[in-house]
Design a protein around this ligand. Structure first.
Ligand code: CO
Length: 285
């Protein structure tokens, strides 16, 4: 068994998207900063309504999936297919843009804290033009397991922990994504299987924690994509105030990525086609 070490730290940059929603963007802050198959990871978190209130009015996507995980707050998703989903504390929205979707993501609160993450997961060429889809996952439908001193919410993927096979709310997919929200009590340590060939990262969003590889302990950077080296297992330990972090992993696609805003394809021609299709209403036809 090889324990995964820290390979690269991508600190999140403050930026804004949609109609002025303030976010911290790690993966995807520049087109060269990605972790195949993941294109982007945004953290949003504010108790100031002006940072989120304008939301993300109608906009298109093609060629990938978005996974929105709300820790605190209330957002309404509506799309051209007629899907309407209320995203609440602890809920997840898994949206497959495929050949095209036009949707809006609008805050349903005028005060209080809005906190969560949006992850962009790429699709391989063979699946980029599949029909759009949408899955609303309620907080109570996300499996949670509890190693000593820890609580692990398995949003996506499957893993065997202490001999028990645990399936997340979403399983399968050609990139076999793993998406877990890990809560650690002070000084607690957890070991999770994340085998090759998956690429993996940890995103620490609260407290402090370090990666354990044999005798070495490497501090994790908060609000950063802590990209992990190859290996079979991830061992992470919390510091004295505990920690909350995301584990995100997936099988690399290894294809060229050409992105233009909300369209992610393999070639420039396909991007131009997406723009034409959007202008002529064919994106969602
Ligand atoms: Co969107």
């Amino acid at each position: 068994m090889t324990l995964r070490a820290l390979k690269q730290i991508i600190p999140a940059l403050d930026t804004s998207d949609g109609a002025g929603v303030r976010i911290k963007r790690s993966i995807g802050q520049r087109q060269s900063v990605r972790m195949d198959p993941f294109l982007m990871l945004d953290e949003f978190g504010s108790d100031q309504p002006q940072d989120y209130i304008a939301g993300f009015p109608n906009h298109p996507h093609r060629g990938f999936e978005t996974v929105t995980y709300m820790i605190e707050g209330h957002m309404l998703h509506e799309d051209h297919l007629g899907n309407r989903g209320n995203l609440r504390n602890g809920g997840v929205q898994w949206m497959t843009a495929g050949r095209g979707i036009v949707h809006s993501e609008m805050p349903q609160q005028e005060s209080g804290v809005m906190r969560g993450f949006q992850l962009w997961l790429n699709l391989p060429a063979a699946e980029k033009m599949k029909p759009a889809g949408y899955q609303d996952i309620q907080p109570e439908d996300i499996p949670v397991f509890n190693p000593p001193g820890a609580s692990v919410k398995l949003i996506a993927g499957e893993m065997t922990v202490s001999g028990a096979r645990i399936s997340g709310a979403v399983v399968g997919g050609s990139t076999q994504p793993i998406y877990a929200d890990i809560h650690l009590e002070p000084n607690a340590q957890v070991c999770l299987p994340v085998a090759e060939p998956l690429n993996a990262m940890l995103y620490l969003y609260e407290g402090n924690a370090h990666l354990v590889t044999g005798d070495e302990r490497t501090g994790l950077t908060r609000s950063a994509a802590n990209v992990l080296a190859d290996g079979d297992e991830v061992v992470v330990a919390a510091g004295e105030i505990g920690a909350r972090l995301l584990l995100i992993a997936g099988r690399p696609i290894g294809e060229p990525v050409v992105q233009y805003g909300p369209f992610v394809m393999n070639t420039r021609d396909e991007i131009e086609q997406a723009l034409r299709d959007y202008q002529t209403g064919q994106l969602t036809a």
